[in-house]
Design a protein around this ligand. Structure first.
Ligand SMILES: [Zn+2]
Length: 437
């Protein structure tokens, strides 16, 4: 590697994992990987791209997204029956699914990913289950890959299998666009997608939608597929009480218990939501290396309920953050929703803290390190060997006026929206997001 192909980033402050350090040089090679993080030398200062009045932070990770649902934003929430819930929201979402074309899905997804980048999110786990325009054509899969590539975000396409419209029920209506067809055809489509990826920024993972949408035998086989491919495996788990009731009726066990009994769960497993999970099941999930992904804004909007964050934290769980329905794309807001929902229901603060008892750095770790771990991406921290995925925040932004380095992460997480987010880089390449000013 010649020095000329290496870039050096030098911000006023750099988040090095536990705190903001001053005058740190971040060396990035031509492959977009960080090679060195160290106090700046005179030579670094001569060559560096100066990020003046900026703090440099690792790009954040939304580990669970359905990009197409971004198109529900702006549709008025109507509660014709007086009140709504997850199931009435799902009817609205199904109407959107019926309207989608390949072009509209591309546009919606590109807009969604571009908005994530502007919010400092550089990687997304796109839990993708809307596959077909017509009859088993998988046309929507290519549209999502193209949208992510054109937006410039790092993508883990979590290709999702969907086969039943409820435990043991056939697919109906809009659900036919989700059809996994068969496990063999689903595997062939994974191979076709693998060949279509942009290897620099795109990779695959495997999902079963939920125990509502796939029989446990199929879930087990899909988990084997993810092990054979050595990629992550994600599944919605216990977001709704009705899912638990239906699963107990069909299998005699709750969804997470059933999977713990039937799957060789390890670090590739991420359970999305776990809103109504049994504490003992959660502890076993974590002890076997599995993790959770919470989607606080969506869980609030869909009236899901409040998860057992205390159990997750006490068992040192990997807890990633998802944007899920993408009604709002602001990681700080998601992190606050996570903490504040616990404060409101438990009447205690400091529900997510690090080893020093600090809240904001611990929450930011969920948004970065834990998200990257859920997607098995070499991202989430500014450290040698990691992708140079980053964002900067403008230290002169009014939301941060009067804040010092010590208080900056607290001010960012608890006091900001997306306003201070400035440049955004994926693999060392600053994206179009930075040129919006
Ligand atoms: Zn979801």
């Amino acid at each position: 590697m010649s020095e000329s192909s290496e870039q050096v980033l030098l911000a006023d402050l750099t988040w090095t994992g536990m705190r903001f350090d001053r005058d740190v040089a971040v060396h990035v090679n031509s492959s977009g990987v960080i090679t060195r993080v160290a106090p700046a030398t005179d030579d670094d200062r001569r060559r560096a791209t100066r990020l003046a009045s900026r703090a440099l932070l690792p790009g954040m990770v939304y580990a669970h997204s359905h990009a197409f649902q971004r198109a529900l934003r702006g549709r008025p929430e109507r509660f014709d029956a007086g009140q709504g819930n997850f199931w009435t929201w799902r009817d609205t979402m199904y109407r959107l699914v019926d309207e989608l074309t390949a072009d509209s899905l591309y546009e919606i997804s590109r807009r969604c990913f571009a908005e994530m980048l502007r919010a400092g999110v550089t990687s997304v786990g796109e839990f993708h289950y809307v596959h077909h325009v017509g009859d088993s054509d998988w046309v929507f899969d290519g549209a999502v890959l193209a949208a992510a590539r054109d937006a410039g975000i790092r993508l883990r396409l979590i290709q999702c299998y969907y086969a039943t419209g409820g435990v043991g029920k056939p697919l109906v209506g809009a659900q036919r666009r989700f059809d996994g067809v068969s496990l063999d055809e689903f595997a062939r489509q994974l191979e076709r997608l693998h060949a279509a990826l942009d290897p620099a920024t795109q990779s695959l993972a495997v999902a079963a939608h939920s125990i509502r949408a796939a029989a446990i035998d199929d879930v087990a086989r899909l988990y084997e597929t993810s092990r054979a491919m050595d990629v992550p495996f994600h599944i919605h788990v216990e977001e709704q009480r009705q899912e638990v009731v239906d699963c107990v009726a069909a299998y005699g066990a709750r969804p997470l218990r059933l999977m713990l009994d039937r799957l060789p769960i390890d670090a590739r497993f991420t359970a999305i939501h776990c809103t109504h999970s049994d504490p003992g099941d959660l502890r076993e999930l974590v002890s076997r290396g599995g993790g959770v992904c919470l989607c606080p804004s969506t869980e609030g909007n869909l009236a899901d309920g409040v998860p057992e964050v205390e159990v997750m934290r006490a068992s040192d769980a990997r807890v990633a953050i998802g944007s899920d329905c993408n009604l709002r794309l602001c990681m700080c807001e998601d992190l606050r929703w996570l903490e504040y929902a616990q404060r409101l229901t438990r009447e205690t603060s400091g529900n997510v803290v690090d080893t020093e008892g600090r809240g904001a750095p611990a929450l930011f770790e969920l948004a970065t390190v834990h998200g990257a771990a859920s997607l098995h991406l070499n991202a989430g921290s500014i450290a040698p060997g990691r992708f140079a995925d980053f964002f900067t925040i403008d230290l002169n932004h009014p939301s941060l006026a009067g804040v010092d380095a010590e208080g900056l992460m607290h001010a960012f997480v608890f006091g900001c929206g997306n306003g201070p987010v400035d440049q955004v880089g994926v693999g060392g390449v600053v994206t179009g997001a930075a040129s919006r000013r």
